[in-house]
Design a binder for this molecule. Structure first.
Ligand code: CP
Ligand code: NVA
Length: 310
């Protein structure tokens, strides 16, 4: 039985195969609808944090494939509070065919997977956001045709999303640059891990404090909020530190002329990204958000219907 906890757990071939399936499921959906590959299958969606995209795209993904999904809010099961995480995993495993969870502590998603008898999907933890990065690889393929050799420049807080993008980029043969203020960079362990999974020795990982340096020659500029869920008490301090890392028109003009701008959303417009860029010609923000639906259908099919050959 497979879980979907980190892009580190998948080979490049596997990721390419899942991406191909995602593109096929998208085309199928847009030309008449998906076949009921997940008929009779159910997904429990456990959230310790808010969500728009993850919740709705997983739920609708299940519905489009003939399955059923239901939402368990932070207040409902109080995972780890009212009941231990191993017990939640053991109980849910008796009711459903898969569990998708969004948690604070990454160990909680690992613990869910350890004790679950059904596949567990990571819908974001403080450590990573693999479903987002997987969907982002799909969006990059759509807009750039291929992945190897492209340069992705991440600008801002080196958070869960940045970490999954680093791992995704390394697996798929891309260069990765990150510009973050001191104290908000990826860790040495992240970089070491990234280097250890590179598809090719020529792939670069650049870390800098200078956003203009990071975006030079970039095919993709990526940013995310400066304050992630769970860090709200640091908001004022972060608002003082991060303004030089805003994605604005001037910064975009330093990248390749045909670069795309990505953001996992939700965006704090006027902070990490200007309206002009978010709504401008380089932005792929909303096709990117839509692809969460298509990419996650591929994840759901491969985990909940492993014998499906399509
Ligand atoms: N990008 C993303 O995961 O959005 P939500 O937090 O709304 O799910
Ligand atoms: N880094 C953000 C991503 C939201 C999808 C957070 O964790 O809040």
């Amino acid at each position: 039985m497979k879980h979907f906890l980190s892009l580190l757990d998948f080979s490049p071939d596997e990721l390419y195969e899942w991406l191909d399936l995602a593109h096929r499921l998208k085309q199928e959906w847009q030309t008449g609808g998906n076949r009921p590959i997940l008929q009779g299958k159910s997904l429990a969606m456990v959230f310790q944090k808010p969500s728009l995209r993850t919740r709705v795209s997983f739920e609708m993904g299940m519905v489009h494939l003939g399955g059923y999904a239901f939402y368990l809010s932070p207040l409902e099961i109080k995972m780890g509070g009212r009941e231990s995480i191993p017990d939640v995993a053991r109980v849910l495993s008796g009711y459903v065919d898969g569990i998708m969870a969004r948690v604070f502590d990454h160990h909680h998603i690992l613990q869910l997977a350890e004790y679950s008898r059904v596949p567990v999907i990571n819908g974001l933890s403080d450590y990573n956001h693999p479903a987002q990065a997987f969907a982002d690889l799909m969006t990059i393929q759509e807009h750039k045709g291929q992945l190897p050799g492209l340069k992705l420049a991440y600008v801002g807080d080196s958070n869960n999303v940045a970490r999954s993008l680093l791992f995704g980029a390394m697996k798929m043969g891309m260069h990765f640059a990150a510009a973050s203020p001191p104290g908000y960079t990826l860790s040495e362990e992240d970089i070491h891990l990234g280097q250890s999974i590179r598809a090719s020795a020529w792939q670069q990982i650049e870390l800098t404090e200078n956003p203009r340096e990071a975006v030079r020659g970039a095919d993709i500029i990526y940013t995310d909020v400066w304050t992630s869920m769970g860090q709200e008490e640091e908001t004022a301090q972060r608002l003082r530190i991060f303004p030089p890392y805003q994605i604005n028109q001037e910064l975009v003009s330093q990248a390749n002329p045909d670069c795309i701008v990505m953001h996992c959303l939700p965006a704090h417009r006027g902070e990490e990204i200007t309206d002009e860029v978010a709504d401008g010609p380089h932005s792929v923000l909303f096709p990117q958000a839509e692809n969460r639906l298509h990419a996650q259908k591929a994840i759901l099919v491969r985990l909940l219907a492993p014998d499906y050959k399509g």
